[in-house]
Design a protein around this ligand. Structure first.
Ligand code: HEC
Length: 182
């Protein structure tokens, strides 16, 4: 049985631990929850598509060190699985999807769509976001990609997205003609 003295000692110990951790967070701020990982691309993050691995039609990179995870998912797509933050996917030099952090746009699986201008001198960003980003055929990126909701909005073939009016050979030719590669 505890005597009153040991109860007091236990209370003091408990209290001082609580006081210590409270003091810690107040002074150093290190106990704040870490901000969720995010990745906001700049023009320099885009480059010659031929530098990136191709899986079927998709050119892939990851700017936060998760390339292996991104490639693994591209090679073996899984229902419900999402690309890691920092992934950039492109079919054409002038259009991209970038995986942002979990608070960016959850209804859009946190993708940010881009319309880019590419020249031999590099890349510039024309439009970025969701609803205002339109592809080279006049269609809204989100409007098509939302159909592939089981596959992290990645359309590929047979996932319910409206087809692009071009075939694989044209996609390959457009990647081969990327003016940033020479
Ligand atoms: C008409 C519907 C449609 C529109 C609009 C559209 N896409 Fe796609 N997108 C597709 C289809 C279908 C594919 C699969 C192409 C293939 O590999 O056969 C695709 C493929 C892609 C891929 C490769 C990954 C994947 O989903 O297969 C990226 C990246 C991409 N689109 C980005 C965009 C961006 C950025 C925009 C807007 C600027 C856009 N798309 C607009 C239908 C669309």
């Amino acid at each position: 049985m505890m005597n009153s003295r040991s109860i007091t000692a236990a209370c003091v110990a408990l209290f001082s631990c609580a006081a210590l951790s409270c003091g810690d967070s107040a002074t150093s701020g290190t106990s704040e929850p870490a901000a969720p990982l995010d990745f906001a691309a700049t023009a320099d993050d885009f480059e010659c598509l031929q530098n990136w691995e191709r899986v079927r039609n998709i050119r892939i990179t990851n700017k936060l060190g998760f390339l292996e995870e991104a490639l693994a998912l591209a090679r073996a797509p899984e229902v419900g699985k999402e690309y890691p933050v920092g992934t950039i996917l492109q079919l054409f030099p002038g259009e991209a999807m970038v995986k942002r952090g979990p608070d960016f746009d959850p209804n859009n699986k946190n993708w940010e769509y881009f319309e880019l201008t590419v020249t031999a001198g590099g890349t510039s960003i024309n439009v970025r976001g969701r609803d205002d980003v339109i592809n080279m055929f006049g269609g809204q990126c989100f409007g098509c990609h939302v159909e592939a909701s089981d596959f992290d909005f990645i359309c590929e073939k047979g996932r319910g997205c409206v087809d692009l009016p071009i075939g694989d050979d044209t996609i390959t030719a457009l990647q081969a003609a990327d003016p940033r590669c020479s």
